[in-house]
Design a protein around this ligand. Structure first.
Ligand code: ADP
Length: 499
């Protein structure tokens, strides 16, 4: 490739696949190479990945991308990493061998352990105050403890300073730098349940509670800054790794949400909404999580976000396709929904796995209400799309309440954000503007942005905002009364589901 143009490469290490993404100075994604890897389910509720497979799928994507485009070290300005969060790896730095498979964020094996260790109200309150999290097996802390308790000799070796812990970013950086750099960033650290998000450091009391030696912990460095240089056979050598963030925080950054009040929602299998709250860590009155946001270089201290999720979003559309068989593809729902004026009073409450924020009813189960003889595929498909928007609206209300102000703009991405009916209905419900970037691969873009800002490839966040110019905008078309009456119908359906 020519010497004049340089690129940033984002390594997007997800739950089911690894990707390497080539980004140019104009912020365009030039190419993507993707490799899936194996999901391991040793027992019901257990989920593991082989750390070497994560590594080789990720490095395979990187080297394939480089050889496809003839890229050498000179062509690559920097590498940024975004990754599946919470997933836990423990390894021996002398051999480079993990002592156990990666325990994936979805894995529930430590649920009873978390109940036992964190059941006490005071302990829960202490954890929430320090980490911004509600104690759960989801986060890394109990997964590390499980490995130390269940892998023969692991505890002794850890206490002798012979083992390292890391989230997936840590593992990738450690291997890519030839074992020189043992680090993570504050966004990944904030998902371990071992990190004090206010002081910005590992917390001694939490390490003790989970029985984790401090010597195992990686150094926490700013998300945009130096994480060493590549030094691994087959990978272009000496390329600086200068961006690291957990996937959702990377997406927030990739959506150019750099300041308080800016929010993004990802419409995937579930939804993930993050609202930047600036230098202030807001505590939720609605059981939302307080997390660390990725900062551009030069930030004065940590920045924060509120985070909430909708458990069933695109999964409801998959259900219409795979279980009910009333659509052939997810995209078909758009034409079906717009073929009718309204659902005729049909509401779907997709509480397949209980209801999350702001309801918090884990035992609720799904229901369809308001069926008449006139209800058919179109009404059901439209009600399903509307259900996604209603759930996001409830989440946004809870967040706005916690943050002390309604959302001005919601930046959207994820597979289901392609649905124009859903986006317009959402804008009408929320009463705010929705912005869908031309490039909805915001997670990889966020990692690339963080890496490129650190080296001066991009001059600052203003330049990144300018690069992002081709959004689709969905402005509100209905009035507040319309939104209230629709939400009233939805809330009525939710209440009937709960009672
Ligand atoms: P994830 O990353 O969570 O796997 P994606 O962001 O790839 O999910 O989004 C896929 C989800 O979006 C699927 O659940 C699918 O049903 C839904 N989806 C994709 N396209 C559309 C569409 N045009 N309308 C509605 N839902 C869609």
């Amino acid at each position: 490739m020519s010497n004049s143009e340089k690129y940033v490469i984002a390594l997007d290490q997800g739950t089911t696949s690894s990707r390497a993404v080539l980004v140019n100075r104009a912020g365009q994604m030039i190419d993507v190479v993707q490799r899936p890897f194996q999901q391991i389910f040793p027992q019901p509720g257990w989920v593991e990945h082989n750390p070497q497979e994560i590594l080789f799928s990720q490095l395979g994507c990187l080297t394939e991308l480089c050889s496809k485009h003839g890229l050498t070290s000179d062509d690559i300005e920097a590498i940024g990493i975004d990754n599946q969060r919470e997933t836990t790896i423990v390894w021996d730095p002398t051999t480079g061998q993990p002592v156990y498979n990666a325990i994936v964020w979805q894995c529930r094996r430590t649920a009873a352990m978390v109940d036992e260790l964190c059941g006490d109200e005071q302990v829960r309150a202490m954890i929430k105050a320090k980490t911004g999290l509600l104690p759960d097996a989801y986060y890394s802390a109990s997964k590390v403890r499980w490995i130390l308790e269940n892998v023969p000799g692991a505890r002794e070796r850890a206490e002798a300073g012979e083992l390292m812990f890391g989230t997936v970013d840590t593992w990738l950086v450690w291997v890519l730098t030839g074992g020189l750099v043992h680090t993570t960033d504050p966004t990944n650290a904030s998902r371990t349940m071992l990190f004090d998000i206010h002081r910005g450091c590992w917390d001694e009391e939490l390490l003790e509670l989970f029985g984790i030696p401090a010597s195992m912990m990686p150094e926490v460095r700013p998300s945009s800054g130096s994480f060493g240089e590549t030094s691994y056979p087959g990978v272009p050598a000496g390329v600086p790794i200068t961006g690291v963030a957990g996937d959702q925080q990377a997406a927030l950054f990739g959506q150019c949400c750099f300041e308080a009040g800016q929010a993004k929602n990802t419409y995937g299998t579930g939804c993930f909404m993050l609202l930047h709250t600036g230098p202030e860590a807001r505590t939720s009155a609605h059981n939302l999580i307080t997390t660390v946001a990725a900062s551009a270089p030069g930030a004065d201290g940590l920045e924060y976000a509120l985070e909430g999720s909708v458990f069933v979003a695109g999964a409801l559309i998959q259900w219409l396709r795979d279980e009910l068989g009333i659509i052939g593809s997810a995209a078909e729902t758009e034409a079906l929904a717009t073929s009718i004026e309204d659902t005729g009073g049909v509401y779907i409450v997709p509480a397949f796995t209980g209801l999350g924020a702001p309801w918090w009813e884990p035992n609720a189960r799904g229901a369809i209400y308001g069926l008449t003889r006139g209800a058919g595929r179109a009404q059901i498909a439209r009600a399903a799309l509307e259900a996604l928007a209603y759930q996001v609206s409830d989440l946004a209300d809870a967040m706005a309440d916690d943050a002390g102000g309604a959302l001005g703009v919601l930046n959207v991405d994820g597979g289901a954000s392609a649905n124009n009916f859903l986006m317009q209905f959402q804008a009408d419900l929320l009463g705010c503007e929705l912005r869908r970037p031309a490039n909805t691969e915001t997670t990889s873009l966020g990692a690339a942005y963080l890496a490129g800002l650190a080296t001066g490839f991009w001059s600052g966040t203003d330049e990144l905002r300018e690069l992002r110019s081709t959004d689709d905008v969905f402005a509100r078309q209905k009035d507040a009364e319309w939104a209230e009456s629709h939400l009233a119908g939805w809330h009525d359906a939710v209440r009937r589901t709960i009672s």
